[in-house]
Design a binder for this molecule. Structure first.
Ligand code: HEM
Length: 376
């Protein structure tokens, strides 16, 4: 663990420490329910980015109990094993259809042409959001998540705020429509739901739908991009999938461990008495958890820099987080990743990188600019 003066954060790197922090209820994604900006030496939320903060401060990723518990309970009710498993068939079919369209030309950008339309269509189907605006949804999402980076520029903040305003308008209209004629989808369920005797507010429903839409594709798309790059660079591992000696379901865990799509999550220290890696960290401090480092911790993963899709304990990766904010969509993400990888292996066994993929400059949302592939 190290303290960075400039960023004024404690960076936690070991697997055991990251895990312990994720589960520690004295740490929170937010502090505003227990203290003031001054106490936590935090800048007040910039009113210039009001649309963004309006969206963010009611999101599951921002809230802490009891609001977090109230909304999470509702959303969790939708993720039953049966309802998630019901997405497998549509996922497999869609992966096949998307690939079929490129088999003739033999070339595609795996992210733009395959992973993005695939993932956004599935999360839209899951929620009951129409997909005719899917490029807008992707654009709004890409713009708003830039606010999670450690070095967001003014220009990116302006774009994020504009995107947040448009996104909220769009989802607001959708909610009004579902209110008029409910459809039995998740958006309608959120509109109609009663928890603890009350309904969710309009703004809470908007933020919940948006966090599900955004979280529902950003990480999945980048797992596929980062993962295919790793598989192409370690051809013998790809071959194990083609030969059928390692199932896609096992391989996806190593894809997430080896090059995780989300690198950093933060927590505020809400109470005194917290120690991380034996170091006391006072109330009001900020902790940054480095998932990529934890996933390469040699105390947990033997030869951590080796990419081995049959690694026995790959699923111990930190990729989906832990504690009360643990990824609610993990079962759906696993199905999506498994079915898309399977389709790629079955339909394109000779898949190759057409050129070396370039990293995009973001760090927290960790991915590639594009992944040009020849389908073989
Ligand atoms: C490979 C794909 C994915 C990865 C690696 C991933 C990772 C994560 C992580 C690490 C967190 C916890 C953040 C924290 O503790 O601060 C999280 C939260 C969340 N994820 Fe995922 N996720 C993925 C896919 C999905 C999908 C497909 C959905 C939607 C269906 C989704 C919805 C959410 C939501 C709503 C939260 C917030 C939960 C809360 O704060 O209570 N994620 N995800």
């Amino acid at each position: 663990m190290l303290h960075d003066e400039k960023l004024d954060r404690w960076f936690v790197t070991r697997h055991a420490d990251v895990r312990a922090c994720l589960r520690d209820r004295r740490l929170g994604r937010n502090f505003r329910h227990v203290g003031s900006d001054e106490e936590f030496h935090a800048e007040p939320l910039d009113p210039g980015w009001r649309a963004f903060w309006d969206m963010e401060r009611r999101s599951l990723l921002w809230l802490e109990p009891p609001d977090h518990t109230r909304i999470r309970k509702l959303v969790a009710a939708a993720f039953t094993p049966r309802s998630v498993e019901a997405m497998r068939e549509p996922a497999a079919r869609l992966a096949d259809e998307l690939l079929a369209a490129f088999l003739e030309s033999g070339r595609m950008d795996l992210l733009y042409d395959f992973a993005q339309p695939y993932s956004i269509a599935l999360i839209c189907q899951w929620l009951g959001v129409p997909i005719d605006r899917h490029r807008d949804l992707l654009g709004w999402s890409h713009a708003t998540v830039k606010m999670y980076e450690l070095d967001t520029t003014e220009e990116q903040a302006i774009a994020a705020n504009t995107a947040a305003a448009e996104f909220q308008d769009y989802v607001g209209e959708l909610i009004a429509e579902r209110r008029r004629s409910p459809r039995g989808d998740l958006v309608s369920a959120l509109v109609e739901a009663r928890v603890d005797g009350g309904r969710l507010s309009e703004a809470e429903i908007v933020s919940t739908v948006i966090v599900l839409l955004n979280a529902g594709h950003e990480a999945t798309v980048n797992t596929l991009g980062n993962g295919i790059r790793a598989l192409m660079r370690n051809r013998e591992q790809w071959q194990r999938l083609v030969d059928g000696t390692v199932p896609a379901a096992a391989a996806i865990e190593e894809l997430i461990r080896y090059d995780p799509p989300l690198q950093l999550f933060e927590r505020w220290v809400l109470e005194d008495g917290v120690e991380v890696a034996g170091v006391p960290i006072p109330r009001g401090e900020k902790i940054a958890l480095l998932f990529g480092a934890a996933n390469r911790d040699p105390r947990v993963f033997a030869e951590p820099d080796v990419f081995d899709i049959a690694r026995a304990n790959a699923a111990e990766h930190i990729g989906f987080g832990g504690g009360i904010h643990v990824c609610i969509g993990a079962p759906l993400a696993r199905i999506e990743l498994e079915e898309s990888l399977r389709a790629l292996v079955d339909r394109c066994p000779n898949l190759e990188l057409a050129q070396e993929p370039k990293r995009n400059p973001a760090f927290v949302i960790w991915g590639l600019e594009r992944v040009d592939v020849a389908l073989g």
